[in-house]
Design a protein around this ligand. Sequence first.
Ligand code: G6P
Ligand code: ZN
Length: 602
Amino acid sequence: KSEIERASELGTLPVEAEEMATFKVSRVQTSPIDGQKPGTSGLRKKVTVFKQPHYLHNFVQSTFDALSASKVKGATLVVSGDGRYFSKDAIQIIIQMSAANGVRRVWVGQNGLLSTPAVSCVIRERVGADGSKATGSFILTASHNPGGPHEDFGIKYNMENGGPAPEGVTDKIYANTKTIKEYLIAEDIPDVDISVLGVTTFRGPNGQFDVEVFDSATDYVKLMKSIFDFDAIRKLIASPKFSFCYDALHGVAGAYAKRIFVEELGADESYLLNCTPKEDFGGGHPDPNLTYAKELVARMGLGKEKPQNEPPEFGAAADGDADRNMVLGKRFFVTPSDSVAIIAANAVQSIPYFSSGLKGVARSMPTSAALDVVAQHLNLKFFEVPTGWKFFGNLMDAGLCSVCGEESFGTGSDHIREKDGIWAVLAWLSILAFKNKDNLSGGKLVTVEDIVTKHWATYGRHYYTRYDYENVDAGAAKELMSYLVKLQSSLPDVNKIIKGIRSDVSSVVKADEFEYKDPVDGSISKHQGIRYLFEDGSRLVFRLSGTGSEGATIRLYIEQYMKDPSKTGRDSQEALAPLVDVALKLSKMQAFTGRSAPTVIT
Ligand code: G6P
Ligand code: ZN
């Protein structure tokens, strides 16, 4: 019996079912399209590429075909994203293809908006009116890349645990894109109005199909309230000593910022900057760093010009899909590597979710070793994984990791299986609230800068900077990387070159390409970045970005550890100048790339 017949006997058939629109399934002939290999976080290409006939369709069908049948037939899928240009068209196409492939229902965040962390939360936590649970999601985002008709679009698939599809699945998707011959689509399903909450029901050859538009924030807000002490944060925000500015860079974080910071935590609306989600992110580059979050940086007193008003005590920004975060104090930048270390060091006291202790902590390889030092002090399990959030997910599913972070402005915990920009801000607000719990009526506010400098005094400081060379010729980038690998075969030669550049830099004691064996599933990931490790703990790391959509981006990560508390207060670019010099000359950066300076320094 079909689900409809059963529902009709039980009397649970929705009223609209009587006049349900029906659809047929068409099989459309297609052929493989080159270049549909998902990167670190899904398939990212220019909108013009995605708009080619069959382009999105091929990828979506290849994804359905890569999943086990039970994750498609009769399944509940989430489809939403950061609201960038082309999302609305893509959502309607995915709805039609889901129906045709036998999916039972599609959940869409209102206006197609769901932050990446909210998708993870919805997959894990949301229960439909009839008890249904989602088993996966198409997330429509190109994260921190610009949006608009001539900018980027992206799509990735997340699994039942709320995390990105593992390589086994993305490899299968890619293989399918190379052999695809047809896709299934229900073209007579009309566009569903995704601006209105509610369920629209259709009847197809295999039974009922529903599209439910639900509130984008409710499930996520509920989860945040179960993790943090909102009362404590509310008191901090209410204090006249405290002020705050949150910049969503016109990304999807805006859909959550108002609900959480203003409605739940009582912040003034004027604290919100660029919090209206826009299809083109207001023409900006929605990446929360010192270069692209210009307005916030200026307000916080970190721009070239002195701000008109006294900067707020705390500032934060998010990227397009709200999984990244940048944390700032008044005239003070917190490196993402320090941020995760400080959150880990303070989590147990400040955040109720962690009150019984941390299961372990983890960072990506290029992230500074600040977290390692905290893990040693607190005797915590520690993991160093390749770049990419999926590696943390495995550790979390196995109960090995509570808090993790990356230098690429990602911080998060095992409450979901994605990094979480707003969670990171709430974590910092919790630490500030805890440190100031006795100061709010009298006494001086403990600031972000106070917290960070005290951390350095306790654990030492990891001076850290990243140089990005964006959109470099892909061939040239490859050559530079092979040159660096070749160089690693003789450490004496490496050290001779280094001493010729700067005699005040310590010697390289180990050089390799980072390789990772996943302690949970035993899988091995090779070629995860070229490392030069120095005797004094300094590191140079070279990697090619896995998230670009054009050319190649070379990332150079430079780090130096300083334990002496009298030497932790220097400007980081100044402190790192000798190592930077060595890195650029050792790699022949200018000769290979033709670039005399990086595109972005963070
Ligand atoms: C995405 C992933 C992160 C990763 C980052 C690296 O944001 O979710 O886990 O750190 O990409 O980007 P890259 O451009 O350096 O490959
Ligand atoms: Zn992102």
